[in-house]
Write a protein that binds this ligand. Structure first.
Ligand code: TYM
Length: 330
């Protein structure tokens, strides 16, 4: 059985972009593969976080994963900070990573432009920690959205650097899995930008736990393009193309089918139907989320159970790495 691993950074709330680009696929993979899904709360520290909110949000994200349909029995679902091996392997990999490789990371460039007051070393080495997340579990496939592709490339490079210096056979070479449709869901107000959960303008994204009224409003006020034809054309009709992509993934209808269905209709028709579809998809998620959040003891128990199962595997890999590089192990 192939091993699948993926995670999300604990900031904001999960968005429709996270769902369509990644978690929807995590869900599909859970019955067929050996899956690990985690909450990247160490990664969250690369941007300043209020400690109380970060803690609270870790529970919230865990509940959001479950509410979206990830099964804590079938999968190993855990928080990164519960498994210290992530940080430990990250250090070993950091010492193998040329600065130049990190300098090329487009996400670092974007983030350091956005967070000019806090360009810390963690923001720079972020992809190395991500490589540790992946390599610790001997993951074969990493289901992610388009924006993580470059980070996974770096992880693959690191496997090569490690093997050159210390020999082969310790790590598995991971492959990204990026969906054909929905790998880059765009912002609702500015469809040339990625939909992001840390966007300050909440009109730009739909959070999976937004209430239905809010969702409806956000979709109906999404920026559309000049013209009136409902056609998929990213260059000239970025807004409509984005809405069609969301519609297509959530309804399992092809874009061509949707173009046919909406021939001769107006943008408004599409928005009304899409709002309804998004609401009906997310309403049960929100209800389940609210229910789960009422029982912290239960969430704690599930999270610690996940951590324990993850740790057994992480320890095995780390011990082999320490042995290979010549570090004394406890
Ligand atoms: P994060 O939290 O930014 O996003 C979680 C997942 O959602 C995908 N995604 C999108 N897909 C389509 N359209 C969008 N607008 C969109 N926005 C986000 C992301 O590609 C991602 O798959 N660094 C990672 C978390 C991480 C990780 C890992 C992932 C840490 N370690 C190891 C995989 C393996 C991140 O911040 O994702």
């Amino acid at each position: 059985k192939k091993t699948i691993l993926s995670g999300s950074t604990v900031t904001g709330d999960l968005t429709l972009g996270n769902y369509i680009g990644a978690i929807n696929n995590w869900k599909k993979m859970q019955s067929e593969y050996d899956c690990l899904y985690f909450l990247a709360n160490l990664h969250a520290l690369t941007v300043f976080q209020d400690p109380k909110i970060l803690k609270e949000r870790t529970y919230s994200f865990f509940a959001q994963y479950l509410a979206l349909g990830l099964d804590p029995q079938k999968n190993i679902i855990f928080a990164q900070s519960h498994v210290p091996e992530h940080s430990e392997l990250s250090w070993v990999l950091t010492c193998l990573t040329p600065m130049g490789n990190l300098n090329r990371m487009t996400q670092f460039k974007e983030k350091s432009e956005k967070h000019v007051k806090n360009i810390n070393a963690g923001l720079f080495t972020y992809p190395v920690l991500m490589a540790a997340d992946i390599l610790l579990y001997q993951a074969d496939i990493i289901p992610v959205g388009e924006d993580q592709k470059q980070h996974i490339e770096l992880c693959r490079d690191l496997v090569g650097y490690f093997e050159n210096r210390y020999g082969a056979g310790i790590f598995k070479m991971p492959e990204p899995h990026i969906p054909k449709s929905g790998a880059r869901v765009m912002s609702l107000q500015d469809p040339t930008k990625k939909m992001s959960k840390s966007d300050e303008n909440e009109k730009n994204f739909v959070s999976i736990i937004d209430d239905p009224k809010k969702i409806e409003k956000k979709i109906k006020s999404a920026a559309t393009d000049s013209g009136s034809e409902i056609k998929f054309d990213v260059e000239n009709k970025a807004g409509i193309s984005n809405l069609l992509t969301i519609y297509s993934v959530l309804s399992d209808k092809s874009i061509e089918q949707l173009e046919k269905d909406y021939e001769g209709k107006m943008y408004g028709h599409l928005k009304v139907d899409l709002a309804e579809l998004v609401v009906s998809t997310l309403k049960p998620v929100k209800d389940e989320y609210d229910r789960l959040m009422q029982d912290r003891t239960h969430l704690d128990k599930l999270m610690l159970d996940g951590a324990e199962r993850a740790r057994v595997r992480a320890k095995t890999t780390l011990a082999r790495v320490y042995e290979a590089v010549g570090l004394l192990h406890r």
